[in-house]
Design a binder for this molecule. Structure first.
Ligand SMILES: Cc1cc2nc3c(=O)[nH]c(=O)nc-3n(C[C@H](O)[C@H](O)[C@H](O)COP(=O)(O)O)c2cc1C
Length: 169
């Protein structure tokens, strides 16, 4: 069966991680896969619940388990940093498929800090170390800054993606 290449899986509450994830997907010629929930996270209550879930390493209910992602050659997983932790929707996705992933790379967006802990948690939930990581501030994503870091990340991901021969499709 033909191998489908790279997937970029992301969750985004307010659009910043989505913007970065879709940019990276475009640059890699990858499929974008958005994690969605039935229950919204808008307003102050949504914000507080998000912080609480991330701080307590809680999971949530996703609309789809996205098992198809396990068939890709490499998966980039993108999260917003919540209280110096991975967000609960991304934690849910990684925990569900932990130990079954192809090579992984991690992306994070944040106000300013906490991505290192978030990346450690992601590797632990996935039971796999990433081949590349990149964290950008929301300000830099919106302003289109840090393009060098972004290019370096994209290069690392490309280099780490298993090569396919023409007959693989
Ligand atoms: C509940 C919550 C907790 C957050 N905690 C942090 C944090 O610890 N460190 C940080 O730099 N930014 C923190 N942020 C800011 C987000 O990481 C940042 O705005 C991110 O780019 C949002 O991505 P999104 O628009 O894709 O949801 C937090 C945001 C939320 C909603």
């Amino acid at each position: 069966m033909a191998s489908p290449g790279i997937a970029v899986v992301f969750y985004s509450r307010t659009g910043t991680t989505k913007q970065l994830a879709l940019e990276v997907a475009k640059a890699l010629g990858a499929d974008g896969v958005e994690l969605t929930e039935e229950r919204g996270r808008g307003g102050l209550l949504g914000y507080l619940r998000s912080g609480f879930e991330a701080a307590r390493a809680r999971t949530t209910t996703l609309r789809d388990v996205h098992r198809e992602v396990l068939g890709y050659d490499l998966v980039v997983v993108a999260t917003p940093v919540w209280v110096s932790a991975v967000c609960s929707p991304v934690r849910t996705f990684l925990r569900r498929h932990g130990g079954k992933f192809p090579p992984l790379a991690f992306l994070a967006t944040m106000g300013g800090r906490g991505s290192e802990t978030a990346f450690q948690q992601m590797a632990s939930e996935a039971r796999r170390s990433p081949v590349a990581t990149l964290a950008l501030t929301a300000g830099d994503v919106r302003a289109g800054k840090q393009m060098e870091k972004l290019s370096a990340f994209i290069r690392e991901v490309r280099n780490a993606t298993p090569l396919r021969t023409a007959s693989d499709g």
